[in-house]
Design a protein around this ligand. Sequence first.
Ligand code: 3PG
Length: 206
Amino acid sequence: MLSARKVMQISQIIPVISVQSVEEALRLAEALMLGGVNIFEITLRTACALDAIKAVAHEFPEAMTGAGTVLNADQFQRVEDMGARFAISPGLTHELAYYKNSIPLLPGVATASEIMKGLEYGYDAFKLFPANIVGGVEAIKAFGAPFRDVVFCPTGGVNAGNAKEYLALENVLCVGGSWIVPTKLIQEQNFKEITKITQEALLALR
Ligand code: 3PG
């Protein structure tokens, strides 16, 4: 099975996508790929999310389509059934941690105790959520001292202005966020601009 760490090494940015239709998901995925990002976290926050995961995974097998906002074992199973290749959760529960699935889970943490709990369950790669609110770059630096082998994907409030600072940390493998897929541009169906923002974001991280 692909590990969560491997998923985190695919791209410096994992876009957090919430879509209103399957068509929108397909066009967004295409725009992101044109911009150089070939991994997507499609959140289970809209009615069409499962169908969108299925369509994007099928249409773009060369990309890494994953599911976000996976809150329980039932959802974890369903996203795998739809073709998701990884799952991300804002937190971690006993049920999720022990659910036997063949795709990796990137669980969310916000505190030292949550990291310790995750380690007990066998996880050592986490989404830090909501990153900017729970201490941002300084929190990840501080967690690096006691948790030397733990890596993070900060998400929540990450943007063009702070992504580079996060990615400069040794214990950050990638960042997640919705800033490269602004709702306004999606509503306006301005997918060209999303490609441009994606290209610029990647360039700025060089
Ligand atoms: C998430 O679910 O990971 C967050 O909602 C993404 O946060 P952002 O919108 O601040 O990037």
